[in-house]
Structures are given as C-alpha cells and as structure tokens.
Design a protein around this ligand. Structure first.
Ligand SMILES: Cc1ncc(COP(=O)(O)O)c(C=O)c1O
Length: 361
C-alpha cells in the first residue's frame, strides 16, 4: 500500500499493480537478464510488447480495422501541430470548438497553418459554465476537420456526447478522458492522447487515425510529424519512448483484468458522483463552477470562499496524505484529478476529509 492518494492532473497516479510489475521486471525482463529499457526497439523482446500492447488496446476500445494505432513521442502538444499539418490539405480550413485552455492551445497552434475558425465557445454567460449545444455551432461544410477537447483537464468541463460532424472528420484531444469509458471509435477521424493520465508514463502519445486521413501533409512538414511516415514505419521511424510504451502495455493489461472499459466507466462515474455530492451538499462551503450536465468525471475543480481557507485546506489535506490537490495556476482553487488509477478509497478519503474540514472551519 502506498502512503498517499495523489490527485495530480498529470503525470498522475499509475495503478499500483502496474508499478509492482514494472518493479519486479526492472532488472530482468522475462528471463532475458535485461531491463526492457535496455533492449533494442527493433529486437524480438520489444516486438512482443508492441504487438500485445496494440492488440490489447484494439480489444479494449474496439478499434475498427480501418484505423491505425500509432505510439508517438512529443506529447499531445505535438498533435496540436501534427493534426493541421497533416489534415488541412489544399482547402486549409478547420473548425475548432473552444471549451477551455487546452482547446485554446490547440487553436493557437493550428492558426499557424491555415484558416482556423472557432465554431463554438464555452458558454460563460450564466452562473455555471456550459458546453453550447451543437445546434448553435457554426460549422463549415468545407472544413478539413472539426477539432474538440472532450475533457478540459483544467476547467473540469467534459462532453458526455459525441458531436455529429457528418462527412467532416472529427478530431478529439482525449488526453484526459481516454479509456475512462467505452466510446464509438468509428465516430472519429483521429483520437489522440498523451499518456500521463490514463495510459501510464509521460513520453508517449497515442494516435488512433482512420486510414483515409493518412494523407499528404503540408509542404515543409518535418519528417517525424508526418502521419504517413509514422504509419508506414509503424511508429518506428526513429527510436520511440520504449519504456513508456511498455508501461502503457502493462496498463492496458491491468484494465482488461479489471473488466475493461464498461467496468471502469461505472467505477469512474461513481467516484465522480461521490465528489460532486460532497461539493453540492456542503451548503456552499465548496462550489464547482460547471453545469452538472458537463461536469468532468476525471478532473473535479472546486473553490472555497477565501484564498486563506484554500491554502489551509491544501496544507491539511497534504498532512492527511491527500496530495497534489492545488488547482492549475491559471484557475486557482482546488482540483481533484481522479483518473482510472485513483482507487475508490482515495475518493472516499477525500470526501471524508472535505466533510471534516468544513465541519471544523
Ligand atoms: C487535454 C490536454 N491536452 C493536451 C495536453 C498537453 O499534453 P502534453 O503536455 O503531453 O503535451 C494536456 C496536458 O495536461 C491536456 O490535459
């Protein structure tokens, strides 16, 4: 048992079983006498990991055969550039949905390459933040793609529905929600996600891309940024982050043992509900700024009445073994990130601490 529950937004908790297996295999991976971090990415040992990891992910997410799975370096931020560089084509038009800070970073990067328009923005006009319904979005029929961020890690705003974009491919930055529940992969053109929340160790980025979107990139695109090159070389054009790949594989196997995404989905929803109930039943001691329909299951931000009280809350929580609860520097307040690897007991411990803190304050 570890001593703390770590509520970090990322790099975040990794399942204890995964860490224990990695520890057990650190010096000698399956009788080879070597750590997996010491072997060639092109050798037979690593090939087993590559094949099993992809097979497990395909099974977990039910990925159709006309999608490629790439394991790339550079974090989700690299995808902010790779998506426009590879998808804008000759029309050079793309529509983006802006629901918060991560959407805005993706938009700023894409604007460097083409005619990028914000088709809808988070509704901040009421008391609570809301994702506007698709009926008020202004999508262009001739856009090369529509990009959105299903879960805004900083704002704690999450889509609980998939936008319908017809013939225009839908691109999703799923960094902080991937593998939290079953999704219909066929509704997307590209899904990408950094690893450090629900996949494992930072350093590797998952890209699930429909075959027809692996196309000619814009002139001047660096070789490593071309999906075509990455797909042709099965993510091995250069040396990939092998140890992060290995940890991703252990994590996928762990999810399978837990019962897959349906089981995780129920657990995640229950965890989030416990926290939102604790906030909503606190007589205003804690507040969450998001409309209940778009509250995140993964990142739960909340505020206390004053900065002094927030500081005391964070200090006492840390003493109680509840760490990394400080909100993002752009948002302030408190944020509890409760990804797949956060056990339900961790959420129970936080809820109990919140009740006790409110009672004695
Ligand atoms: C939704 C989302 N997109 C993108 C990123 C950036 O990821 P990276 O730091 O791996 O580039 C993050 C990081 O937390 C994120 O939460």
């Amino acid at each position: 048992m570890r001593k703390v529950y770590n509520f970090s937004a990322g790099p975040a908790m990794v399942a204890e079983e995964v860490l224990q297996q990695a520890q057990a295999e650190m010096l000698d991976w399956q009788g080879t006498g070597m750590s997996i971090m010491e072997v060639s990415h092109r050798g037979s040992e690593f090939k087993q990991i590559v094949e099993q990891t992809e097979a497990d992910l395909r099974e977990l997410m039910n990925i159709p055969n006309n999608y490629q799975v790439l394991f790339l370096a550079g974090g989700a931020t690299t995808q902010f550039a790779m998506v426009p560089l590879n998808l804008l084509g000759t029309q050079k038009k793309a529509d983006y949905i802006d629901t918060g800070i991560w959407s805005q970073k993706a938009i700023a990067e894409a604007k460097r390459y083409g005619d990028v328009r914000v088709a809808a923005q988070l509704d901040e006009s009421g008391k609570l933040l809301r994702i506007p319904s698709q009926s008020v979005w202004s999508l262009r029929d001739d856009a090369a793609y529509v990009h959105y961020t299903p879960n805004e890690t900083i704002g704690g705003v999450e889509f609980h529905w998939i936008p319908q974009t017809g013939h225009v491919p839908l691109v999703a930055d799923m960094s902080s929600t991937i593998l939290s529940r079953p999704i219909d992969v066929s509704a997307f053109g590209i899904i990408y996600a950094g690893a450090q929340k629900n996949i494992g160790q930072a350093g590797i980025t998952l890209v699930i891309i429909r075959d027809d979107l692996i196309q000619e990139s814009l002139p001047g695109t660096p070789t490593l940024y071309k999906y075509q090159v990455q797909a042709e070389n099965k993510s091995f054009y250069n040396t990939p982050p092998t140890y992060s790949w290995y940890i991703a594989g252990l994590t996928f196997a762990w999810i399978k043992r837990l019962g897959g995404l349906e089981a995780l989905s129920q657990r995640n929803q229950r965890k989030a509900q416990k926290l939102y109930d604790a906030i909503d039943n606190s007589d205003g001691f804690y507040t969450n700024p998001v409309d209940p329909e778009c509250r995140s299951w993964m990142n739960v931000p909340f505020n206390l009445k004053t900065d002094d009280l927030t500081a005391l809350f964070l200090e006492d929580a840390k003493k109680a073994g509840l760490t990394n609860l400080k909100g993002h520097k752009l948002a302030g307040g408190v944020r509890a990130s409760i990804y797949n690897a956060m056990p339900e007991e961790g959420v129970d411990a936080l809820v109990e601490f919140m009740r006790e803190f409110a009672r004695k304050s």
